[in-house]
Design a protein around this ligand. Structure first.
Ligand SMILES: [Fe+2]
Ligand SMILES: [Fe+2]
Length: 202
């Protein structure tokens, strides 16, 4: 994004795009995530418009048919491993990022990457992607036992909030013998690295 007017136009376009592609329920979630992500961006000194744009796009492809996810992934050369073949909706982030680029003309790679990795996460993600990842987990309608703690952490430290959210999701899935996406494990390892370094006195 090159200037504020362009930011504004892209935000309007992404909002309309999400609204037309999603049920009311999921569009409302999208707007809550956008508001939450923008709050986090304000607290952590990130670009508000770029963060909002990523949030408005994040679930835009969430109501696609399973076969269509796989067809688009194939057509656009998006990586789809075993977890994605088992559960094609895992592709809704990469597909939404690609739609943002192709249909709305979003060129901002940090915005597109944030959209792409918001579902399963990724090691090494940037601050904007972390803000979106966390906002998706703590938007006001989210209601699970540790959400209050993650909301508090998010105001202080996005990495800590994301790590706590991942630990919770991983133990929840392990308790139900559900597969954990390798990218989620890699993200948690990456987030915990400085902690381990601190314990070693590095
Ligand atoms: Fe999503
Ligand atoms: Fe979402």
């Amino acid at each position: 994004m090159r200037d504020p007017a362009e930011n504004h136009a892209l935000i309007e376009a992404a909002d309309a795009f999400a609204r037309e592609r999603l049920s009311e329920k999921r569009y409302d979630h999208t707007v809550r995530v956008a508001d939450t992500a923008e709050d986090l961006a304000r607290i952590h000194g990130l670009d508000l418009a770029r963060t909002r744009l990523a949030a408005l796009l994040h679930d835009a492809a969430r109501e696609t048919e399973p076969g269509e996810y796989l067809r688009l992934a194939e057509e656009w050369g998006l990586p789809a491993g075993e977890p994605e073949r088992q559960s094609p909706k895992l592709l809704h982030g990469p597909v939404a990022a690609e739609l943002g680029r192709r249909e709305l003309g979003v060129e901002d790679q940090e915005v597109l990457d944030a959209v792409k990795v918001h579902t399963v996460g990724a090691a090494g993600m940037g601050p904007l992607a972390l803000a979106l990842y966390v906002a998706d987990k703590i938007e006001p309608a989210r209601d699970y036992p540790s959400v209050g703690r993650i909301r508090d952490l998010a105001r202080r430290d996005l990495r800590e909030a994301a790590a706590e959210s991942l630990r919770r999701a991983i133990s929840y899935n392990e308790g139900r013998s559900r597969e954990i996406h390798p990218a989620s494990r890699e993200m948690l390892e990456w987030l915990e690295e400085p902690e381990r370094a601190a314990h070693r006195g590095v």
